[in-house]
Ligand binder design. Structure first.
Ligand SMILES: Nc1nc2c(c(=O)[nH]1)N=C([C@H](O)[C@H](O)COP(=O)(O)OP(=O)(O)OP(=O)(O)O)CN2
Ligand SMILES: [Zn+2]
Length: 128
């Protein structure tokens, strides 16, 4: 299989209000988020140009990030508690229809942390 990735950036605030009140992340705060979109195809499924998908096709995702996530309060954008894990899962849910080759979404809140949703047969949706 061949894999391509493209990285996107946005800044947003959130509060993880399902954490205990003593937890620092139960207070409103912000992150400079990084999202990596990972797309995959078999060699025989590449385009004539040799692409999994043209990186430029991800411009629609960039526009959505700019309009939906950038400089927003994530608690007002998504129904689930806005953890990095939920963001990765939700972004995959929102975009797998547009990009069928999308196999994983990586989300980073800080330079040292990543949450990754990797599509799997039989996976289940988060509940809250
Ligand atoms: N599994 C998860 N744990 C945490 C998440 C998350 O989304 N998934 N989110 C947070 C906070 O929102 C924030 O990301 C803080 O992360 P943390 O690594 O604790 O922050 P620091 O950069 O301050 O880390 P230090 O190692 O203490 O410097 C918390 N946990
Ligand atoms: Zn946070």
């Amino acid at each position: 299989m061949l894999t391509i990735t493209k990285e996107f950036h946005f800044s947003a605030s959130h509060v993880l209000d399902k954490l205990p009140s003593w937890h620092k992340c139960a207070r409103p705060h912000g992150h400079n988020y990084v999202v990596v979109m990972e797309l995959c195809a078999a060699p025989e499924a590449l385009t004539d140009a040799g692409f999994v998908r043209d990186y430029g096709d991800l411009d629609a995702f960039r526009k959505w990030v700019d309009e939906t996530l950038d400089h927003r309060h994530l608690n007002e954008v998504m129904e689930l508690s806005p953890s990095a894990e939920h963001l990765a899962w939700w972004i995959h849910q929102e975009w797998a229809g547009t990009y069928p080759e999308l196999v994983a979404v990586w989300v980073s809140e800080t330079p040292r942390t990543w949450a990754i949703y990797r599509a799997a047969q039989g996976g289940s949706a988060p509940v809250g």
